[in-house]
Design a protein around this ligand. Sequence first.
Ligand SMILES: C[S@@+](CC[C@H](N)C(=O)[O-])C[C@H]1O[C@@H](n2cnc3c(N)ncnc32)[C@H](O)[C@@H]1O
Ligand code: SF4
Ligand code: SF4
Length: 360
Amino acid sequence: MERKVYRDVIFTRLRHLDLKWFIHKAYVYIFLKIEKYLKSGRSPAPLACGLVVTENCNMRCPMCVLPHRYLKNRNDQDSDTWKLVIDNLHELGIGGIAISGGEPTLRADVFELVAHARKNDTTVTLNSNMVSLSDKQIRQLIAADPNNVNVSIDSGREDLNDQLRGGKNVLAKVLDRIRALSAAREAAGKKFSITVVTTLSDANLDDLDILFEKVSKCGADRICFIPLHDIKNGITYLVESKKVKPDLFEHLLKLSEKYGLALENSSSYLKNFYHVMTGNVMKENCNAGYTHLVIGTDLKIYRCIPYMNMDRYLFKWDPARQSLKELWNSPKWRKDRLEALHCKECFWDCHAEVNYLIPM
Ligand SMILES: C[S@@+](CC[C@H](N)C(=O)[O-])C[C@H]1O[C@@H](n2cnc3c(N)ncnc32)[C@H](O)[C@@H]1O
Ligand code: SF4
Ligand code: SF4
């Protein structure tokens, strides 16, 4: 079972007979295969970039540091600056852009940014809690034409979801907004995916049945899991589980079949949940430095999402003075990529999944 978003991208490019795209991706793949032995630290182009367009948020999920950081330092950039960042990513040959936060829909220009990112046929994902998404915003979102919308739900039980998402009646509101988005998508004849993202921990492992039941009825296409992480002494780690069972993957497969709700993650990733949630680290080398970058609200550049959460940045970037293309294979970035290969701090879905796709 492969990751569904990767499959979607390949099918879309096949439908458009986009030979140039396939040649470029084959080049990246072969380059990274050779780089596994060369260890030059060079990367042909990132596969994906996360843009944290704001750290502001209308929720207070206990596991998330971003809204607290926003209260200390509100440094959002204007629309033109983010568009310049996106232009730089296109110039670099980016595969996909994830527009995230904080809560990105709190920005009035978020759909303008989604539409801008979609230029060059780039795959664009919007990550949102969708709690306060209005009908007007849903229409704007559909007009912006994203490829994927990811929305967070951490439990199918209202009380527990409120506890985990730091709000009031969050589940009912989010399920209602997903229903509205799904109906509007159908009416507009659009094909983007709607994926529910769930953070897995001892708090919700016993309630997966009700989660699948609720999500399968709201119009979402898939469910995606990520184990709960935390930060201690400036280092990310996986929160250890006492409840997780060795057959978690099989359990998720059964629930997926029972409720007709597809799993977004690859089997390689899900099969390792038991291992990493019981005090062990990821077995694979981490290729995030080669395949990803994350750009924060103050235009700091990070190797990955956990490093962004910890504010362990690589560069403070000024796009008016230097292009991303000039920076991408700079000595500092190359050194960081080689270091990142040995990092075992996290098992974040978007990064760990690529380690199975392109082992290094
Ligand atoms: C930071 S949020 C930004 C988008 C939006 N506000 C939302 O919650 O969907 C992106 C994703 O990161 C997840 N996340 C945040 N903190 C996490 C943690 N400590 N461990 C694992 N996932 C986490 C959230 O649950 C969410 O699915
Ligand atoms: S909704 Fe998203 S950004 Fe906001 S606190 Fe929760 S995880 Fe963090
Ligand atoms: S394992 Fe990779 S993605 Fe995770 S924190 Fe380390 S470098 Fe970042």
